[in-house]
Design a protein around this ligand. Structure first.
Ligand SMILES: NC(=O)c1ccc[n+]([C@@H]2O[C@H](COP(=O)([O-])OP(=O)(O)OC[C@H]3O[C@@H](n4cnc5c(N)ncnc54)[C@H](OP(=O)(O)O)[C@@H]3O)[C@@H](O)[C@H]2O)c1
Length: 318
């Protein structure tokens, strides 16, 4: 499978694209092509076996029929333009922008949470937001046991979530001068930021709870890699913290630790969950904290896992 699939990584020079290449290389995929903007064309990127020469991304190149699978991490506007071209050429597309996440009929997938939805794809699968992925992984087992009644979340999002340029800026700045303005738009989202609205809408779609009461406050923090989230849930039935901890420890992709930190999460595949405790401020309330690598499980790893679900199924069906 790894040797046969012809893969395109669009946005290969970016924060997420670089990690995507690392994951594909480690998994033994042999036929991988790297695409980026015209300014990166001709650069070489390290890849096991032979370095990859970056190609300029054009709709024609993606539509040429030479790709079976295509990962996109180029931003929403470009995804809208480029994903249909690759799909036209016959590639199964996994898109990491918000272009298709809420589109009816396009699966929005976290393999550990709603993996079966991936099989409904018609050429495009959407990868959720980097905070939605770990959050839904933790919410799912709690919902199955005691029913979610309400979710509140506060995020602490690292600079790598804003891309490679912002990472360079953080590296270059003296720590006392960090001014991490919120880089999400507020226009068209009422009092919330776009990020806060996305987190609610995507969580509702993935958990298939369209009316789930949900409130988020998202902020950027001066951390290079690793998003953290403080989560407060209200459940329909009582759920002791000890039982919730057991459920989380048994959930795929989650590792329960005493105190999750972005530093411990960075570079690992697992989502770290801890500080699970009763929340006295609400009925059947629980609070916990989580941290995950936004470039791996929050983006590239989740996308590769989605693709592998589909590849495995389509190979079995063939
Ligand atoms: N960072 C995260 O944690 C995260 C998590 C989930 C989802 N995402 C999503 O993934 C996408 C990319 O994020 P990122 O953080 O990797 O951004 P990034 O570091 O800024 O990388 C952007 C990539 O897009 C390429 N690009 C720019 N203009 C292009 C063009 N005209 N044609 C083709 N390629 C072009 C860039 O190539 P050049 O180097 O040639 O400019 C680069 O490879 C966004 O949609 C983001 O929302 C990011």
């Amino acid at each position: 499978l790894a040797s046969a699939t012809r893969i395109g990584v669009v946005g290969a020079t970016g924060a997420v694209g670089t990690v995507t290449l690392g994951l594909l290389g480690a998994r033994g995929y042999e036929h991988v092509r790297a695409f980026a903007s015209s300014s990166s064309a001709g650069l070489t990127l390290p890849y096991p076996g032979a370095d990859l020469v970056v190609e300029e991304t054009t709709p024609e190149a993606l539509a040429s029929g030479e790709l079976d699978l295509c990962f996109f991490s180029v931003g929403t506007r470009l995804s809208r333009e480029l994903v249909p071209a690759a799909r036209e050429g016959g590639a199964v597309c996994v898109d990491k922008s918000s272009a298709y996440r809420l589109t009816d009929g396009i699966p929005l997938v976290v393999p550990e949470v709603n993996g079966a939805r991936a099989f409904e794809h018609q050429g495009i699968l959407a990868n959720p937001n980097c905070c939605t992925i770990p959050l839904t992984m933790a919410l799912r087992p709690l919902h199955e046991e005691a029913g979610l009644a309400r979710v509140r979340v506060a995020t602490y999002q690292s600079v790598s979530g804003a891309g490679a340029q912002r990472m360079e800026q953080l590296r270059a700045e003296p720590p006392a001068e960090h001014n991490l303005v919120m880089d999400w738009t507020f226009e068209g989202y009422g009092d919330e930021s776009e990020e806060e609205s996305k987190l609610r809408a995507e969580t509702r779609k993935i958990l298939e709870l369209p009316d789930l009461p949900f409130s988020a406050t998202c902020v950027r923090v001066p951390v290079m890699v690793g998003h953290s989230e403080a989560v407060w849930v209200e459940l329909q039935e009582p759920l002791p913290a000890e039982r919730a901890t057991e459920l989380l420890a048994a959930a795929p992709g989650i590792r329960v630790v005493d105190v999750p930190t972005p530093k411990d999460a960075a570079g690992t595949d697992d989502v770290l969950v801890g500080r699970v405790r009763s929340d006295q401020s609400s009925e059947n309330g629980l609070a916990f904290f989580l941290a995950g690598d936004n470039l791996r499980k929050g983006a590239a790893l989740n996308a590769v896992q989605i693709a592998e679900l589909v590849l495995e199924r389509e190979r079995i069906a063939a």
